[in-house]
Design a protein around this ligand. Sequence first.
Ligand SMILES: [Zn+2]
Length: 411
Amino acid sequence: MKSVNGSDRASAGDLLHLVRSGRATTRGALQQVTGLSRATVGQRLDRLFRAGWLREGSGNPVESPLGGRPSVRLEFDDAHAVVLAADLETRHARTALLTLTGEVVAEHGWPLRVDEGPEKVLDEVGAGFGELLRASGRPADSVCGIGLAVPGPVDSGTGRVVQPPIMPGWDGYDIRGRLRRAFTEHAGAPTTASAPVPVCVDNDANLMAYGEQRAHYPDCSAFALVKVSTGIGAGVVVDGSVYRGIDGGAGDIGHIRVPGVPGSAAALCKCGSYGCLAAVASGRAVAARLAAAGVPAASGSDVRELLAAGHPEAVGLAREAGRQVGEVLATVVTLLNPGVLMIAGDLAGTPFLTGVRELLYQRALPRSTAHLEIVTSRLGERAGLLGAGALVVEQLYAPERVEARLAALGF
Ligand SMILES: [Zn+2]
């Protein structure tokens, strides 16, 4: 935060950021951290109070760093708006209405095939948003932003998916525009062209990683999550921010070629190549092998159910898939040296984790794994939704956006 640290240019957005991050939560602490005068801090806080973004807390006053009377603790007021989030899986969708601090107000999940194309899928998501708002009695104009998690690589600049192997018909599609329209149609949202609701689209593994890291590992500066469901993808959070690479392609580990896999039809990947990790070790791949052995299974979620029931063949195949993913993760861990490696998705469970550990500790250097925690998901099926909601809030209340938003609201 360049503009803080003693400069007189710390904006209302900077003050809000200091309060939200817990770095400075009283008038005195804000003066001390920013070097602003008492009067200037007061003026900037006043705008945030009038907008309803900040409030004086009801808890005990805190000791002032500048001495004198204890000061009232300032808090981010999360009652002034809500966020809508949606998480698309290959055969399932989830929507949620969230507070700005990530509490779930209402949520809904239903079967929806992402391969039916963006028109139908996004229209249903918009209808789902409308239902959540009606059920919770919130007006559409209380929604400050929408977050969407999709199972494919996303160009975060345009919010469009780029050559997604398991999302036919979505390549380059204007997801933001269509979702905004569906929201307007189904939720009765205002159609002010000058202030369309911001829509943030990102890859599901990225958003799951973001949600999990913030909720349970806020002090971990290098966090990696691998989602193993119908496909395989990874999300990386470095110093609190999602690392996407220059084209949004970072973490797309499902299409790394696994050495030694024959180029047979069984190893044909959705991307058109043979022997990709996703073609041999994903939920879909395990389901196909189970089906070939006469066990009814067609998807990652079928495998999840078989694993939950302790089905011996599913357990054996999940462990083998874990070893294959572990082999790739040895490289990932060597490159990133993360503090936490989280395994999430349909296959995440003891057999898969055992396989990952076997190969990872065998192949990666001890220095890369000495302080590594390998864990399973903590937020479960809500991870993508909560990550999407959190990313929307972080973007909307980032210091550089606050000024413009306050001005647009007339404060
Ligand atoms: Zn592939």
